[in-house]
Design a protein around this ligand. Structure first.
Ligand code: TNX
Length: 505
């Protein structure tokens, strides 16, 4: 019985009879768990071809007879707020008489459904029905996450991905109990979100992509569709508008955002560090107030990411001044600002600003200090060490996609072998909000390449973010990875068949 991420506890009696899902199996849910119940039923209908009706029944009206409606074992879902230890906790009980999923909240119930699907045959992940014995071994799983923030970043600026493509990605994240999707919405090569009153951001700024592709952007309604789809799957969208560097697309759209008042040429290359907003111009702040104000209004989640990385074209003193001003501007929207760790160069950030670390597992000089600066200023941090967590690094055995700058190539084993509290001295468990694996897309122009770079290494960040700290056990992780990848095959994910793992299908 292979689960990934590894749960806190998993107890089974090998002599117990398994649960078998049959054509008459029903889903019975309390009203609060209706969304995960609907998603589970939809997935099971698709893969089994059975009707899988959903009955919504308040918990106190539910008699024991529901467990075996018409002699057929049922799947029941409910919320019990007393379930400990944290938000997002669940208990999954599988017996021959039925399956019971209890969450401390709707997210916990959703994670219980993901665990159940890992216990069923891999074909449970398929986009079409097949004939199988839909059996799950009897077990009790008690589970809860280690970190509150378990994320992946998708760079839709270097190459654009459509709403449907992002939604497919969200389903994949949810299957691994990841709960944040950071969308990198602007960079030198493209601006990807419509902002009222600034039509050329998308008119000019969205028309480019790396290598000269056609670009694209999300309307406010598109963005909402992503946010809502994610919310049903317990995923919070963290939108990023990267400033003051990585801004050529905006600087090409509006000449007044440039220090010299001259619009830049659109850019489709892959250099970094050459662009900067005009730091000492009030026009810049009128623009940023509009952008972050609209972004806050569109975003139900608590975070707005303002980038801040690699601002090599911004003088240092200006950069520090800008960091204070823009972090305050974002905080004034009511959201918590998140910034790449360079913003820690300022000691006057809006209190509580979250820092995201991208330097190495063994930090180069200066970077640790910048990260600790966030903690000193009352903020927490997200760990994304580039040499382990970056999903856009090449694999050792394949150079068809990805970069190598972060001590790459990066093996699956290395992606799984790091420990968040061991990276930056003085930044411990309590300071760490969680972990995130970014996918930058300079070399990623289609979904096939995306899935090739993301899978299997996304499983590493899921395990590090969810599972309790334990001495690294690569053989155990590798074997569970091979098991769950059978579900990836069934669902049609083009994962990289790294020679580090003995794949089973
Ligand atoms: C660095 S590390 C970047 C991105 C690039 C990426 C490529 C960081 C915060 N920024 O601009 O796309 O490397 O791996």
């Amino acid at each position: 019985m292979s689960l990934l991420p590894r749960p806190r506890s998993q107890r089974s009696d090998p002599s117990a009879e398994p649960f078998v899902l049959e054509s008459g199996t029903r889903v019975i849910t309390s009203p609060e768990a209706a969304t995960p119940a609907r998603l589970l039923a939809e997935a099971l209908r698709t893969s089994t071809g059975y009707a899988i009706p959903v009955d919504t029944v308040a918990a106190d009206e539910r008699g024991a007879d529901h467990l075996a409606t018409g002699g057929c074992p049922a799947i029941t879902l409910s919320i019990d707020e007393r379930l400990t230890p944290t938000p997002e906790a669940y208990r999954l009980t599988v017996t021959a008489e039925g399956v019971d999923l209890v969450g401390s909240d709707a997210a916990g119930v959703l994670y219980a459904t993901q665990t159940l699907r890992q216990l069923l045959p891999p074909a449970t992940w398929a986009p079409q029905a097949s004939a199988q014995v839909w059996e799950a071994a009897a077990v009790v799983v008690d589970d809860a996450p280690r970190f509150a923030y378990r994320g992946v970043m998708l760079d839709v600026a270097r190459h654009f991905f459509t709403v449907a493509q992002v939604q497919r990605f969200i389903d994949q994240l949810a299957s691994l109990k990841l709960n944040h999707l950071h969308l990198h919405l602007s960079d030198d090569q493209g601006w990807r979100l419509e902002i009222a009153g600034w039509p050329e951001l998308t008119g000019i700024g969205a028309a480019t992509a790396v290598g000269g592709g056609e670009g694209g952007f999300y309307t406010a309604a598109d963005y909402r569709a992503i946010v809502d789809y994610a919310a049903d799957r317990a995923i919070t969208i963290v939108p990023e508008i990267d400033v003051p560097g990585h801004t050529n697309a905006a600087l090409a759209a509006y000449p007044e955002l440039n220090a010299d008042g001259v619009a830049r040429e659109p850019y489709t290359g892959t250099e970094v560090g050459f662009s900067s907003l005009a730091i000492r111009s009030e026009t810049t702040y009128a623009f940023l107030e509009d952008v972050f104000g609209q972004l806050a209004a569109l975003t139900p989640g608590p975070y707005l990411h303002l980038g801040g990385d690699e601002a090599l074209a911004t003088p240092e003193a200006d950069f520090r001044w800008f960091a204070r001003r823009v972090s305050e501007l974002v905080a004034a929207t009511g959201k918590t600002a998140v910034a790449w760790h360079e913003f820690g160069a300022s000691g006057e950030l809006a209190p509580g600003t979250v820092g995201q670390y991208w330097n190495y597992v063994a930090p180069e000089p200066g970077h640790s200090e910048q990260l600790r600066s966030f903690v000193r200023q009352g903020g927490r941090v997200i760990m994304s060490p580039a040499d382990a967590a970056y999903l856009d690094m090449q694999y050792p055995d394949d150079d068809s996609a990805g970069l190598t700058w972060a001590d790459g190539p990066t093996s699956v084993e290395r992606s799984a072998a790091w420990e968040p509290t061991d990276v930056v001295a003085g930044v411990g468990e309590e300071d760490i909000l969680g972990v995130e694996a970014p996918l930058w897309t300079e070399t990623v122009g289609d979904v096939e390449t995306l899935e090739f770079l993301v899978f299997p290494r996304i499983a590493s960040v899921a395990e590090i973010g969810w599972s309790e700290r334990r001495a690294a056990d690569w053989p155990d992780f590798r074997d569970r990875l091979a098991e769950i990848a059978r579900g990836w095959s069934a669902s049609g994910i083009a994962f990289h068949r790294s020679p580090e793992v003995d794949w089973l299908s």
